[in-house]
Design a protein around this ligand. Structure first.
Ligand code: S6P
Ligand code: ZN
Length: 188
């Protein structure tokens, strides 16, 4: 028989290196500038074009019997007063769930359904977060060091970015005189 062979992956956290390397997704501000509220600040950062996050993917087949898994490193920073964040997505197969495990830094996991329900969870080292079926999800780095978490989800889940790119989440996470605040998204 030809069963898929078990294997280990090692994440060298201090160097942000995954072994074996797998597929790395790199997102800079220019890849997502339009998602931030303060477009003036976004434009003024464009020359510098900071690295916002990297996703280190372990390569497994994209089918239901497998479990995709990866590490996200979301760097600290702000666009205006809005914290660096991931693009955010629904799964292409909407009812595919996901688990996040945070092991460095701090942040928020913001989620919403197509009916407009909104929830957010705090993440810090040791937090295991459950994203149930049907919830769009985005992470936000509210701290001053890289926010690092592991994710696992069904192999066939896929990513649907379009809906979030159009209207975003109902809320945005901002710095307000040194405090982390959740405020209404004026564009929603
Ligand atoms: C995949 C999972 C994460 C994100 C990653 C980047 O289902 O939710 O690995 O892909 O954190 O976020 P995004 O929204 O750019 O894919
Ligand atoms: Zn996901």
């Amino acid at each position: 028989t030809t069963h898929f062979k078990p294997f280990n992956t090692l994440f060298l956290e201090s160097q942000s290196i995954l072994e074996p390397k797998g597929k790395v997704i790199t997102r800079r501000l220019s890849d997502m500038a339009e998602l931030y509220q303060d477009q003036k600040s976004a434009q003024s950062l464009m020359d510098e074009n900071p690295l916002v996050y990297e996703v280190f993917n372990v390569e497994v087949p994209e089918s239901i019997e497998h479990i995709q898994h990866c590490i996200t490193v979301l760097y600290p920073g702000k666009v205006g007063e809005e914290f660096f964040m991931t693009k955010g997505h629904y799964h292409e197969i909407l009812n595919r769930a996901e688990i996040y495990f945070c092991f460095k830094g701090e942040g928020k996991l913001v989620m919403q359904t197509q009916d407009g329900d909104y929830e957010e969870l705090d993440m810090k080292p040791g937090t295991i977060s459950y994203v149930p079926p049907n919830w769009a999800h985005r992470t936000v780095n509210t701290g001053e060091e890289p926010f690092v978490f592991f994710a696992a989800y069904p192999g066939d889940a896929g990513h649907n970015y379009g809906d979030i790119e159009k209207i975003g989440f109902r809320k945005v996470i901002v710095n307000e005189s040194g405090e982390v605040k959740t405020v209404d998204n004026p564009r929603y």
